[in-house]
Design a protein around this ligand. Structure first.
Ligand code: HEC
Ligand code: HEC
Ligand code: HEC
Ligand code: HEC
Ligand code: HEC
Length: 725
């Protein structure tokens, strides 16, 4: 392995060619965990922690553990984990690695289970991986130099363990260098499927109690505890010679091997570390910001002043939904002066929790966690000064707000021509929401920015409204530019409560269904926010209630109109576009009935008792199978749209049960209506228009206002139901 490829790779430094050697060295010392072992008097040298190994055995194949521990940079070139065993003779080294691997593989209780990724998931995962921001740091499929290595993932993880890691990387790697990309479970499955696409291995871990015991002792002896947490064990503290007094050509910084960690440094890295450790200058606040932004590789996505920003080979992967917005519609915003721009709470919420304001970017602002970024937030707030603007105030508060509203509307400056307002927009441009601005922005910054937006982003399409300080609206507040800005600010300060500005044009937003099913988890009539609508390729649709696990309605014709959902218009609900809508009764779909006359439970709570929604899996052409639990019983609920020879579409539903015992008296309620008539034991007319056919006999019961059709579940065999209407 050439030294250049094996050298420990720190993503941020690859993105910052201009950084001074001393700052680069400071960052290397933290990123390589030197001060996990060595004492230091410098506060900028906090070590990055290694992964938490408490459940490593449930996440990582034992075969990989052995190879990685024996020689980290050979199995994962570019890794920041040093070789701890380089001084041992080959045989002893192998034996030591084997015992350590046994010990680490014994941590965690769940055995690893392997499943093959599906082609559909791989395809979706590939698209996500290349659009949400992974390739800001890691390599796209067409390799780009200077990428944070992923190593041979297919030899390391199972689909389940990689999915779990991606859902919450900070749990395993609390250092936050691999940030939380805010993936939901299904996105994590898809990306993990893509990353493991060529996996053909399983694992054959056979625990050996004696080796585990020995490995545990070696783990302490070799100081693995300096960087790795293991639940129930103490982490080692700095016990080795202080870097303040160390000989900088010896030990870990030398080429020779000994009872210290070996890092396969490139010569330049060694020089940078030496320069950091010999320089006396304390870092200035601005340099400390530079260190933090580089350490966490914020600069892979953000520019600040004259450094950072998206690298050339990665630029094409930064995309957005709206070309009208230009560069601002696809590249994350610059961090130049961001401490003066954003209010502290919002700044913190963005960096700690990944709060967002730009739904039009495909790239995501990751979540870095509080522990890692509290310092950066404080530094940004403290050291990003902006001279105070002169802010005149409109004396009458009501007049100020009213005038601001006029100015924002189409008869004023027409902000709504480009900005959304409470997610409503007037096509075609959809820039940042006006109703969220006062929550995010500092008043002082707003005044400065509005006065001269080009000074903040030279290429912005945000216009300046007061050329040479003069207002084009001389009759509003005597044409005073400062007062007009104040009026706008005070109007915007009402946030989402502000009255709508004039000129929002609202067009219907019809969701079309082509040759794949379309699913929309939204607020549906009769269900509320737990609704999931699915439009199927054969022109029929359904809504499912993920609170009560019931089929809520079915219709044919168009799918839905969603402007109410996306723009907060009217009820905020999706509007069903179809005809012949069939609605099903409220209340849980399954219930345990004590006797044949026990009435069906009327519990219409949002989350019906005893049920737990487990999400859905997608099958051919994106058709979902809903998955939920009733008590200990796992239920899969699958709907297929079928077109018969005459071109009429109907649903075929299959409800199957697994892992868990059937409670006695379990029933599935299929319909309730004024009239339900049996054509045979398995064939029913419901109301005037629907016909249901079941795989085995159903029961009709009388209710207070009609009938209901029940299916007694006595065996854990799949039930099929055909719905025609
Ligand atoms: C796992 C613990 C550990 C880590 C991590 C570690 N070292 Fe060391 N280092 C040692 C040990 C052990 C020695 C040899 C014993 C001694 O010198 O006290 C040593 C020796 C040294 C020496 C020689 C000291 C002297 O005066 O002889 C230097 C310099 C040094 N390390 C620098 C570093 C740097 C820089 C890093 C990070 C890139 C680093 N070390 C990471 C454990 C560690
Ligand atoms: C800001 C840069 C950054 C972004 C964005 C990022 N990662 Fe990472 N990732 C890292 C770093 C750095 C590490 C190594 C962390 C460490 O050493 O603790 C890492 C580690 C990983 C690992 C673990 C590799 C191993 O050897 O176990 C996986 C898997 C991974 N990233 C996948 C992803 C995926 C998928 C995405 C997008 C959803 C993503 N990363 C986004 C920086 C990033
Ligand atoms: C100087 C800090 C440091 C020391 C000391 C250290 N490691 Fe690591 N270790 C790391 C880092 C950083 C990573 C993540 C590397 C990567 O993803 O490329 C890592 C990764 C690992 C992993 C993979 C974990 C995962 O979740 O992907 C294992 C296993 C491991 N180390 C075992 C050990 C053992 C055993 C020792 C002692 C012989 C040891 N480490 C000593 C820093 C350290
Ligand atoms: C993978 C790319 C990526 C990385 C890495 C990243 N960001 Fe972001 N960041 C974004 C995106 C995208 C946005 C826009 C989010 C939005 O407003 O919807 C953003 C927005 C922000 C904002 C809000 C700026 C504004 O004017 O509204 C701040 C502050 C910020 N990021 C800071 C950071 C810091 C600090 C780090 C590192 C600790 C970081 N970001 C790392 C992509 C990234
Ligand atoms: C021609 C389209 C257009 C019009 C008209 C317009 N803006 Fe903008 N505005 C934008 C775009 C695009 C951005 C994002 C610019 C960027 O990120 O550089 C923006 C950014 C802003 C910002 C900065 C927000 C942030 O968080 O970065 C504020 C504040 C703002 N506009 C307020 C207004 C107000 C108030 C009006 C009406 C007086 C208005 N804009 C009219 C296009 C417009």
């Amino acid at each position: 392995m050439a030294a250049a490829a094996a050298r420990p790779l720190v993503g941020g430094l690859e993105n910052h060619a201009k950084i001074s050697p001393a700052l680069a060295g400071t960052i290397l010392v933290s990123e390589l965990g030197c001060t996990a072992c060595h004492a230091t008097s410098r506060t900028t040298l906090l070590p990055k922690s290694g992964p938490d190994l408490s459940t490593a055995g449930a996440r990582i194949r034992s075969e990989f553990l052995h190879r990685f521990i024996a020689n980290p940079s050979a199995s994962k070139p570019g890794t920041t984990m040093p070789d701890m065993l380089s001084h041992l003779p080959k045989v002893e080294r192998d034996e030591t690695a084997s015992a350590l691997a046994q010990y680490v593989a014994s941590l965690g209780t769940k055995p690893m289970v392997f499943a093959k990724p599906t082609p559909d998931a791989i395809k979706r995962g590939k698209a996500l991986y290349h659009s949400v921001g992974c390739v800001a740091c890691h390599s796209p499929e067409q390799a780009v130099a200077g990428s944070v290595p992923l190593g041979p993932l297919a030899e390391k993880y199972s689909l389940a363990s990689l999915t779990q890691f991606l859902e919450d990387p900070l749990a395993v790697r609390p250092g936050g260098r691999m940030p939380d990309m805010r993936l939901d479970h299904f996105e994590a499955v898809d990306i993990a499927s893509y990353l493991l696409r060529e996996q053909s291995l399983t694992t054959t871990f056979v625990p050996d109690a004696k080796l585990i015991e020995r490995g545990k002792a070696l783990f302490t002896q070799h100081n693995c505890h300096a960087c790795h947490r293991v639940a129930g064990e103490e982490m080692a503290t700095q016990q080795i010679r202080s870097l303040d007094r160390a000989r900088l050509d010896r030990g870990c910084l030398s080429e020779s091997r000994g009872a210290w960690p070996h890092f396969p440094f490139a010569a330049k890295q060694r020089v940078a570390i030496q320069s950091a450790l010999t320089s006396d200058a304390a870092a200035s606040p601005e340099q400390r910001i530079e260190i933090e932004l580089t350490r966490f590789n914020c600069i892979a996505c953000h520019r600040r002043g004259d450094y950072g920003g998206v690298a050339v080979g990665r630029d094409s992967f930064f995309t957005g939904v709206d070309e009208n917005l230009g560069e601002q519609g696809r590249i994350p915003p610059p961090l130049t002066g961001v401490g003066a721009k954003l209010k502290r709470d919002w700044l913190r919420d963005v960096v700690v929790n990944g709060a967002t304001a730009r739904p039009y970017l495909h790239t995501r602002m990751p979540k870095f966690g509080a522990a890692n970024t509290e310092l950066l937030v404080a530094l940004l707030k403290k050291s990003d000064p902006l001279p105070a603007a002169k802010i005149p105030h409109v004396r009458d508060a009501r007049l100020a707000r009213q005038t601001g509203r006029e100015l924002a509307g189409s008869k004023g400056f027409n902000c709504v021509a480009c900005h959304t307002f409470r997610e409503k927009s007037s096509a075609p441009i959809r820039a940042l929401d006006l109703a969220t601005m006062s929550n995010r922005l500092e008043e002082n910054w707003f005044h400065r920015y509005m006065t001269e937006p080009q000074r903040f982003s030279p290429l912005t399409i945000m216009p300046g409204f007061w050329p040479d300080g003069k207002s084009p609206l001389p009759d509003v507040l005597s044409g005073d530019a400062g007062l007009q800005r104040d009026a706008l600010w005070r109007y915007l300060s009402e946030g989402p409560e502000a009255g709508e500005p004039r000129g929002l044009v609202l067009e219907p937003l019809v969701i079309a269904v082509a040759d794949e099913a379309v699913m929309l988890r939204r607020n549906y009539p009769g269900i509320g926010k737990r609704g999931i609508g699915v439009g199927y390729p054969s022109g029929i649709s359904l809504s499912f209630d993920a609170g009560q696990m019931r089929l809520a309605s079915m219709w044919s014709g168009g799918f839905i109109e969603a402007s109410g959902v996306w723009r907060g218009q009217g009820s905020g609900q999706a509007r069903v576009l179809g005809r012949d809508t069939i609605t099903f009764p409220e209340g849980p779909a399954f219930a345990v009935l004590e006797s044949a006359t026990t009435p069906w439970p009327t519990n219409t709570a949002r989350q019906a008792e005893g049920f737990q929604f487990k999400g859905y899996t997608l099958e051919a052409r994106q058709r979902p199978t809903f998955r939920y639990q009733f008590g200990a019983l796992n239920i899969d609920d699958r709907f297929l749209d079928v077109k018969d020879a005459s071109g009429n579409a109907h649903f075929e539903r299959t409800v199957s049960f697994s892992s868990g015992s059937l409670p006695e008296g379990l029933h599935l309620r299929l319909a309730a209506d004024r009239s339900i008539v049996a054509r045979s034991a398995r064939d029913f007319n419901v109301g005037k228009t629907m016909r249901l056919r079941l795989s085995s006999p159903g029961i009709i019961r009388e209710t207070a206002d009609g009938h209901e059709l029940l299916f007694p579940v006595t065996q854990a065999v799949p039930i099929t139901i055909e719905y025609r209407w």
